[in-house]
Design a protein around this ligand. Structure first.
Ligand code: SF4
Length: 220
């Protein structure tokens, strides 16, 4: 697994827990509103990566202070060795929240079946007919829907979340997304942070809407 960043402490990213955050390097989407563009290439550019062993050592040394770990990205489910790292984090005694774009249901299936996640947060970028626009590339929407069904049926605490990208998503689109939600699943609308958008055209849009702030990576 390629780790690009590690945030030692957060009170807001894992509901009910004090957590650290691991940011993995690489994403299979190119969302034009992405504000973590440096995490998209499969290989780190500029500031390099952090050995997974070093991250585990840090978590071990901080286990009295944090009781949760968020694995975010980039997209964690494209990482080789993700399940193995989750098993090792579990062995330290930390609970795990996984952030995902939902494009790899086969990876989520293993994680769910092996009981490796305590919380899953999955993005729903857009209604099906617009998914390619918000993901920045062609997407197997059936994989997204399968991941949603799998997560909702897993019995694991979870949330689905959508960034309200005001120039690209209308209120009707948001309503259509809500119609896709499995019954009983939480849906969080996230504020669009236009400042560092991957697409320069979107950087001119003023931030709008309300909701959670997204978190960016920090160096050790
Ligand atoms: S917003 Fe998330 S899924 Fe989209 S490109 Fe950025 S890291 Fe990948």
């Amino acid at each position: 697994m390629i780790v690009a960043g590690f945030q030692k402490f957060s009170l807001t990213d894992f509901p009910g827990r004090v957590c650290s955050i691991i940011f993995t390097q690489g994403c299979n989407f190119r969302c034009p509103f992405c504000h973590n563009g440096e995490l998209i290439p499969r290989r780190p550019t500029g500031r390099g990566s952090i050995p997974a062993g070093e991250v585990l050592r840090l978590l071990e040394s901080r286990k009295e202070m944090v009781d949760g770990v968020v694995i975010s990205g980039g997209e964690p489910t494209i990482q080789k060795g993700l399940a193995g790292i989750m098993e090792r984090i579990r062995s330290i005694g930390c609970r795990i929240k996984l952030d995902t774009n939902g494009s790899r249901p086969e990876v989520l299936d293993r994680i769910i079946m092996d009981g490796l996640a305590d919380y899953i947060a999955m993005d729903i970028k857009a209604p099906p007919e617009k998914y390619h626009l918000l993901a920045g590339r062609e997407v197997q929407v059936e994989s997204i829907l399968e991941s949603m069904r799998m997560i909702a049926g897993s019995g694991i605490r979870h949330e689905f979340r959508t960034t309200r990208v005001t120039p690209l998503l209308s209120n009707a689109d948001i309503l259509e997304i809500k119609m896709l939600l499995p019954e009983g699943s939480a849906h969080i609308l996230q504020r669009f942070n236009s400042v560092n958008s991957l697409d320069p055209e979107l950087r001119r849009e003023p931030a709008a809407g309300a909701g959670m702030e997204q978190t960016g990576p920090e160096l050790l």
